[in-house]
Design a protein around this ligand. Structure first.
Ligand SMILES: [Zn+2]
Length: 391
């Protein structure tokens, strides 16, 4: 990477043609059209909070340095902001009258050309970077891994956006990273995280690529259509809507992509599904179930996998299997099929109980972390099971 230091570019230069898109919350262009302030791979403008943005302007007004700014030279007289987007957008909004600052008395002030003209002549400290060598793109990617934009390291999806920037990411961000999207509120019932930090986009990509987002982006980087991504996301959301009649907080952030793959082809009765969900939530309130978030998957799977819930009650097929093994073994040895009766001296020591006379018991107590699984199941006669108490 070749980096050239420029100290001759001023606040006024950068603000020439500055345009702030209020709707999308981003500074778009500057430097007389030469500079893209928020390239598609950049994080959204997050300083618009009357604190960080005002702090940038106040630093400039006090003639403090606002730190190094990096531009990437993408073509002759064409630049993109690598690092500095938040700061540039903040002072750009001030200079164009779109950001008020507060004085020490708490009074708001707009940019006043008569008063603040000197500000436009303040030089900035800018490094202009150019990728060099055989693989300039690789250099730019590694650059992104080392810089912190707006004081926070890029998260995984932001890095992917930077690495695979192009028409596909631009389109995808317009849909999935846009908090003013009408669907966002609904989507966020099922998808956790901040859309501005790319959490919804990350999940959409995760679903469509079955967990291989980077490969998917590499393959589709120059596509101009995101139809497949949209269709997949919409299908998953529509399926959730069709199966579950209502929404619970615990549904947010589940692995819906995987659940869709696993269960969408299985027909189900939404009335029955929701009735079971409600019943199991009541069980969870009674502390019979430990994992509420898995209730949805448990119901989708026909309630066959109690491990999901850490439930106390063995399903009948596990009890039946344990009964058969124990009873066959007991008959061979000529002892009771209740292991506790078998070691006693009473008349029941050789009694073979019927299945209905026995109950499934956790060998390692459920309260001590014992699973409700076949390996941890033994059948006891009812008297012994009740006497044991703590199941
Ligand atoms: Zn017994």
């Amino acid at each position: 990477m070749k980096a050239t230091l420029r100290t001759d570019i001023t606040v006024g230069d950068i603000c020439k043609g500055f345009y702030y898109n209020t709707l999308e919350g981003k500074g778009v262009n500057g430097w007389g059209g030469k500079l893209v302030i928020q390239p598609e791979y950049q994080r959204n403008y997050i300083y618009a909070n009357n604190k960080d943005d005002v702090a940038v302007v106040n630093s400039l007004l006090k003639k403090y340095p606002i730190g190094l700014i990096y531009f990437l030279k993408v073509a002759e007289d064409r630049y993109e902001v690598l690092d500095g987007q938040q700061r540039i957008t903040s002072f750009g909004r001030f200079v164009t009258g779109q950001l008020d600052i507060l004085d020490e008395h708490g009074m708001p002030h707009k940019f006043d050309p008569a008063h603040h003209a000197w500000l436009l002549d303040r030089p900035l400290t800018i490094y202009i970077c150019e990728g060099e060598g055989d693989d300039p793109e690789a250099e730019i990617k590694s650059w992104f891994k080392t810089i912190n934009i707006a004081g926070k390291p890029l998260n995984e999806q932001e890095l992917l956006n930077a690495t695979y920037s192009g028409p596909f990411i631009t389109e995808a961000k317009a849909v999935f990273s846009n908090s003013s999207n009408n669907n966002m509120q609904k989507w966020q019932r099922f998808v956790a995280g901040d859309p501005k930090r790319q959490a919804v986009l990350a999940e959409a990509l995760n679903w469509v690529s079955k967990g291989r987002a980077a490969e998917y982006l590499k393959a589709h980087r120059y596509d101009t259509s995101i139809t497949e991504l949209r269709n997949c996301f919409d299908s998953v959301i529509a399926w959730i809507d069709s199966v579950f009649k209502d929404v619970k907080d615990e549904m947010c952030g589940l692995e819906w992509g995987r659940l869709y793959e696993q269960y969408h082809a299985t027909p189900c009765d939404p009335d029955k599904v929701w009735e079971r969900v409600e019943a199991l939530f009541a069980d969870a309130d009674d502390k019979k179930i430990h994992n509420r978030r898995n209730i949805f998957e448990y119901v989708l799977g026909g309630e066959k996998d109690p491990m999901l819930l850490k439930v106390r009650i063995f399903p009948p097929e596990i009890a039946r299997k344990a009964y058969k093994i124990q009873t066959d073994d007991a008959k061979r040895k000529g002892v009771s099929n209740c292991p506790l009766c078998a070691v006693g001296h009473a008349a029941n020591a050789s009694r073979i109980y019927g299945l209905k006379e026995m109950e499934a018991d956790h060998v390692t107590a459920w309260s001590k972390g014992g699973d409700t699984s076949a390996a941890n199941c033994q059948m006891l006669c009812r008297a012994h099971n009740r006497a044991k108490g703590n199941c």
